[in-house]
Design a protein around this ligand. Sequence first.
Ligand code: PAF
Length: 297
Amino acid sequence: MTEPRTPEVVGSIVDLRERIAQARAAAIAEGGAGRVSLVPTMGALHEGHLSLVARAGELADVVVVSIFVNPLQFGDPTDLDLYPRTLDTDVAKLTPAGVDFVFAPTAREMYPNGASGTTITAGPVGSLLEGASRPGHFDGVLTVVDKLIKISGADVVLFGQKDAQQVFLVQSMVTDLNTPVQIEVVPIVRADNGLALSSRNARLSEAEQDGALALNAALAAASAHYGAAADALAAARAVIEAQPLVKLDYLVVVHPETFLPVDDDYRGPARMLVAALVGGTRLIDNTALGTTDPDFS
Ligand code: PAF
């Protein structure tokens, strides 16, 4: 069972490595496997993050949560400045969850060479969908994730299925670069009304919150009508077009192995992805199609 404890907040890479090594050794001395799990976050934690942390505690003896607003994955400096920084509240939320360490470095600690340091390139899939509206975003994500894996020495790193393209690219990266780590993907956490949890939901007015339900309703309609990709797309599009507050960015069915759009007549396992502006807030959601376990409610 998870023991509530105040996580130790560590800002330096050297200190984190030392504290993790001690905790790993202590876990082994107590008969555990000494496994370390890492949940990378940018803070502003909600129930979705806490579900990752809960799973991290099941998979390892030592749980590390990183809280770092990664400048490398923001194209727009205003977005970076406006991103919420709520470290004290986040640490308080993690206390009942049994987290050992919160790694909260400065940008200088992570990127001593600033923007001129070595980075990872996400490849062609990194420029599609989310990457199309945020050039360089996934290069920044993969660079920081690779660094966090190396800094923590984690055995398992956890990501939420909500960011499906991020999950695909991280899995591709660890395969392509032979990184010895397990990637664990945790299902999307939804509010009672079906809306996928996101820190951005707080920006929605009451009317926009109702409008945003068109996203998960569209995915549910697609799942119900999945025969060929074209049927699913038509069903989802009809739901979104009926909601005037929602402005569609993309709606696509991708192949799970390539993350590339499938042909209209494709009928196998797939993933539908949607991104839309609701008022001024950009939201994303997704679901598996053609499996018995579609991950939406
Ligand atoms: O999903 C996020 O919050 C970020 O992209 C991540 C994985 C923490 C990297 O900064």
